[in-house]
Design a protein around this ligand. Structure first.
Ligand code: ADP
Ligand code: MG
Length: 292
């Protein structure tokens, strides 16, 4: 494309809230064969809410939630914010957190009121030797309803399963349909539970899911698709997504996402809507068409 037609294309995209950082990205957008979408904050709103608390070996729900929220006060993960907000809504005051540690792709650990606490996924509990087998069925049922079940243990014993759900953005279904109409292979990429991710994918019309992917493995999944010959677009909002956004042929950041994601991407969707993807592809096609 001529520099002039690229400039016009970039300007046109900006009118619909799609900020294109460079001309190469604009030209590459129409050549994509696969679009990879992060789940939380990209397909969904990134505002999870607590939907279920199941006590196990414990009887005081407020006390358990208070301990969990005290632990999560150390974390910046959207899941943590859901737990803290739920405790606040009940007027529970958190206590001092010590020895806090976030374990990427697993969850968090720390000490509150001299109790040693763990909060996270099945993988975290298995690695720490916490018995969860009797609760796996319940966790699976919650996941099948598109909720993320998390395990909370106090002093090495499971105390509760706490599930959260993150609502799907209003226009994700329509935007994903447009991508498929453009002939793109659409894939979901997430660190979340497999059954949860599959349930969300089904609701938005995505057939292919890479779930339970550790943060450091997200970029490897992009490389795998590229090795299959795909020209890959990646859309994400999190720090976790940054290496994948940088490696993709075109990286798309959600404008309300983290600065690191925006800096790693070629194109930013200012409105947060996934319609920006098909909009960018349309502008790209029009721009390249202009010079034929
Ligand atoms: P993603 O951002 O794609 O959901 P992460 O790697 O951040 O992936 O998280 C993967 C999983 O690890 C979460 O679904 C959750 O089960 C667990 N996890 C991560 N952070 C926390 C946290 N602060 N509290 C509880 N669980 C967490
Ligand atoms: Mg995300």
């Amino acid at each position: 494309a001529t520099p002039m037609s690229v400039m016009v294309g970039v300007g046109k995209a900006a009118e619909s809230g799609v900020l294109i950082r460079n001309g190469e990205a604009l030209q590459a957008a129409s050549k994509l064969t696969t679009m990879v979408l992060d789940k939380t904050g990209t397909v969904t709103k990134g505002q999870p809410q607590v939907t279920h608390i199941e006590l196990v070996n414990a009887s005081d729900e407020d006390h358990v939630l208070m301990l969990a929220a005290s632990l999560e006060s150390g974390s910046e993960h959207p899941l943590a914010q859901a737990i803290v907000a739920s405790a606040q809504a009940r007027g529970l005051a958190t206590q001092t957190l010590e020895n806090f540690e976030a374990i990427a792709g697993h969850g968090v650990r720390g000490t509150v009121a001299e109790h040693s606490l763990l909060f996270g996924n099945e993988r975290l509990m298995r690695e720490q030797g916490v018995l969860i087998e009797p609760q796996l069925d319940l966790a699976q049922q919650l996941a099948a309803k598109a909720q993320t079940p998390m395990y909370f243990s106090i002093d090495g014993e499971l105390a509760a399963i706490i599930a959260v759900a993150d609502p799907i953005k209003d226009d994700s279904v329509a935007a994903i349909k447009r991508l498929k109409e453009n002939g793109l292979r659409v894939v979901m990429l997430t660190g979340d539970n497999r059954a949860t991710a599959q349930a969300v994918a089904k609701q938005v019309g995505i057939d292919e899911v890479f779930a339970e992917v550790l943060p450091k493995q997200k970029a490897e999944k992009i490389a795998e698709l590229q090795a299959q010959g795909e020209i890959v677009g990646m859309t994400g909002d999190g720090i976790n997504d940054a290496p994948a956004l940088a490696l993709a042929n075109v990286g798309f950041a959600i404008g309300t996402g983290t600065d690191v994601a925006i800096e790693s991407a070629d194109i930013t969707l200012m409105r947060g809507s996934l319609h920006g993807l098909a909009d960018a592809i349309a502008v790209s096609k029009a721009t390249l068409g202009n010079i034929k």
